[in-house]
Design a protein around this ligand. Structure first.
Ligand SMILES: CC(C)(COP(=O)(O)OP(=O)(O)OC[C@H]1O[C@@H](n2cnc3c(N)ncnc32)[C@H](O)[C@@H]1OP(=O)(O)O)[C@@H](O)C(=O)NCCC(=O)NCCS
Length: 251
């Protein structure tokens, strides 16, 4: 079980870091990987209520790796902290699966109260170097936080946030596939102007489809109208014929 989890962690790092060449390299040279191992140990100890020992392990890990993860934080599978140094993860932080953090990230609190005061980071989120995510907010699955952004509000699923305070630059990265993109910047995507043109072209083609459909409906309605008119005319002439016929017989 532990071996499987370790292999999974290592392989996920190799998949997400173009610089990683082998499993051995990850085991020996990735402080983000070491930080995760220390966190798992500290978290296990924390859950068994040996709080001071857990804090001590986490403190030692910080000296060794430059990453401070509070042992009370809850972290999912395959988290990757690239370059690691300067990362701080607070006590009530919750992190889903396949989350990637770069150096200098803070998942921190903004108040002194003892309850939930740190962020919830959902699956597949990428947090760029130096970004600060502050308070008990939620960063939706697949969102990307730009380098040095300061996030102080909830982030929608798949959104891209940049700046201070962070604002949305891309609501849902539809053109971005589920496949992990290193540094949050999808490879193979054209430059922003080309992407805008591609977006406009797809909107135009959707509009053309819609116009076609409306024209078809209009034609169908016209046909129905003609049919109805013909039926009305037939009824009227039949009625006139009957009246004439009945008037004639009375005379
Ligand atoms: C935010 C990010 C994910 C966006 O990537 P993208 O989808 O390729 O977006 P673009 O480069 O097309 O940028 C979109 C807009 O956001 C702006 N922007 C991008 N990153 C920004 C950042 N970190 N801070 C402020 N603005 C940023 C761009 O200037 C552009 O603005 P415009 O539309 O007004 O021209 C990416 O820029 C980023 O910061 N990734 C983190 C990388 C990192 O931390 N690397 C560390 C490696 S060690």
């Amino acid at each position: 079980m532990i071996f499987k989890q370790l292999t999974e962690d290592i392989d996920s790092i190799i998949a997400r870091d173009p610089a990683a060449r082998s499993r051995l390299e990850v085991v020996l040279c990735y402080p983000g990987f070491h930080a995760l191992l220390f966190y798992r140990l500290a978290h296990g100890v924390w859950r068994r209520h040996f709080r001071l020992l857990a804090r001590f392990i986490s403190h030692f890990a910080k000296i060794f790796t430059g990453v401070e993860i509070h042992p009370g934080a809850v972290i999912g599978r395959r988290m990757f902290i690239d370059h690691a140094t300067g990362v701080v993860i607070g006590e009530t932080t919750e992190i889903g699966d396949d989350v990637t953090l770069y150096q200098g990230v803070t998942l921190g609190g903004t108040s002194l109260h003892k309850g939930k005061r740190h962020p919830t980071i959902q699956n597949g989120v990428i947090v760029g170097a130096g970004a600060q995510v502050l308070g008990p907010l939620t960063v939706g699955a697949g969102a990307r936080i730009g380098a040095n952004a300061v996030v102080i509000t909830d982030v929608a699923e798949g959104a891209t946030m940049v700046g201070i305070p962070a604002r949305v630059v891309l609501r849902k990265a539809e053109e971005v596939s589920d496949v992990f993109c290193a540094y949050g910047t999808p490879e193979g995507l054209a430059d922003p102007v080309a992407r805008t043109i591609t977006g406009l072209r797809s909107q135009v083609s959707q509009l053309l489809d819609r116009v076609d459909e409306l024209e078809r409906r209009l034609e169908a309605t016209e046909e129905e109208r003609h049919l109805l008119q013909a039926q009305v005319r037939a009824c009227v002439s039949q009625d006139g014929f009957r009246r004439t016929a009945s008037g004639g017989s009375r005379e």
